[in-house]
Structures are given as structure tokens and as C-alpha cells.
Design a protein around this ligand. Structure first.
Ligand SMILES: [Zn+2]
Ligand SMILES: [Zn+2]
Length: 107
């Protein structure tokens, strides 16, 4: 298995999140190991998603479920909880992350 294809938003030049299909501000990029590291996915495929989307993935699925049944973005998108989340998050600005506004931490 290889990394999912990386798409770039032509307007911002940012990567597109494969989960919610919105561009990801560089400071909000988060790497999800499609096969959990604990399950041998340390060098496996990685998806670049929003921090908030990444948090959602891990709140819905356990490591065991991810490894067994949800090892691709397509499979996760079939899950009702994820569909609801994507619908909701699409209406937020790309920078949205619950509360801590004004935190301009940079690398
Ligand atoms: Zn993850
Ligand atoms: Zn996202």
C-alpha cells in the first residue's frame, strides 16, 4: 500500500485534506498513519489531514478498528459518524480548531 495521492488546492497552494476536502493551512497539517504504528504501520502509508480531522478519526475508531476495517480514507468516509463530521466541518474556516484562537505558534 502506498500513500494516498496528495492533492493541492490551486488557490492557496495548500494540501487538500482527503477527509473533508478542504485545504489545510500548513500549521494545521497532521499525519495519520493509515495502519496504526502499533499494528506495524510505522513505515506504512500516511495521510495528511487537518489536526481537527485527525482528532475525529481517533475519537471514532480504535487502533484495532483502523487496522482491521478502516485503513483507507475511503473506508472511513463510509462511516456515519465521519460523514456527519465532514458535513459539519466543511462549514468551518480551514483554520478552525475548537477554541484556542490567536495562537500563532510557528515552526
Ligand atoms: Zn492518526
Ligand atoms: Zn480535514
Amino acid at each position: 500500500m502506498s500513500n494516498p495521492p496528495l492533492e493541492i488546492d490551486p488557490e492557496t497552494g495548500w494540501k487538500l485534506c482527503p477527509l473533508c476536502r478542504r485545504p489545510i493551512p500548513p500549521a494545521k497539517e497532521s499525519k495519520h498513519h493509515l495502519i496504526p504504528k502499533l499494528k506495524g504501520g510505522k513505515h506504512g502509508p500516511v495521510a495528511i489531514v487537518h489536526e481537527i480531522c485527525h482528532g475525529k478519526i481517533h475519537s471514532v475508531f480504535t487502533e484495532a478498528e483502523l487496522a482491521k476495517n478502516f485503513a483507507t480514507i475511503e473506508l472511513m468516509l463510509e462511516h456515519e459518524e465521519i460523514q456527519k463530521f465532514v458535513k459539519w466541518v466543511k462549514k468551518r474556516p480551514p483554520e478552525y480548531k475548537s477554541s484556542n484562537r490567536g495562537n500563532h505558534r510557528r515552526k
